[in-house]
Design a protein around this ligand. Sequence first.
Ligand SMILES: Nc1nc2c(ncn2[C@@H]2O[C@H](COP(=O)(O)OP(=O)(O)O)[C@@H](O)[C@H]2O)c(=O)[nH]1
Ligand SMILES: [Mg+2]
Length: 166
Amino acid sequence: MDCDCLCIGPTGSGKTLLLRNLVCPASVDFTTSSAPTMGTSMKTIKLKEQKSVTICELGGNVAPLWHNYYSGINKIMFVVDASNLCQISAAGVLLYSVLAEPALRSAKILLVLSKMDASYRQMRNEALLMLQIKRLQVEVPQEITIIQASSYSSEGLDEIKKWLES
Ligand SMILES: Nc1nc2c(ncn2[C@@H]2O[C@H](COP(=O)(O)OP(=O)(O)O)[C@@H](O)[C@H]2O)c(=O)[nH]1
Ligand SMILES: [Mg+2]
């Protein structure tokens, strides 16, 4: 499969809406909720200077199969819902298992703390604590960039595009 970047993370963490927003903010409809992505979904995002990047979303429900897509990938976007207390520590364990994959040793990692508009979200530091990011960073070789984002308020979307360009 021909993609530059994988977008992964637990089911419902906001991957589909985030990617749709990155493709075209005007096309996003907030009145309906999206169905969980079954299998994979590809999106091409336009960046500046006629450049573009193809991102493949892999649903959280197929996490055991993610590794089939790792070869040749040098960027991973891992989306965690910062408003979902129940999910966040499990997401840390999942992230660790991804970063421990030999095929992804030299991949660049973007950790997106999503849904930062939600009033009941975890604050950045609490979220990072629950994900055990500090411990993880000393154990894995990858460089991890952390961006707080919201598809509702558009927070962080420009930063994500910049990361995709880099
Ligand atoms: N408050 C809030 N809700 C969001 C945001 N992004 C997604 N959601 C909601 O979270 C649910 C799951 O989103 P979706 O993009 O399908 O998640 P996916 O399973 O990771 O692809 C949907 O009901 C969305 O409306 C966000 O930035 N803020
Ligand atoms: Mg999805």
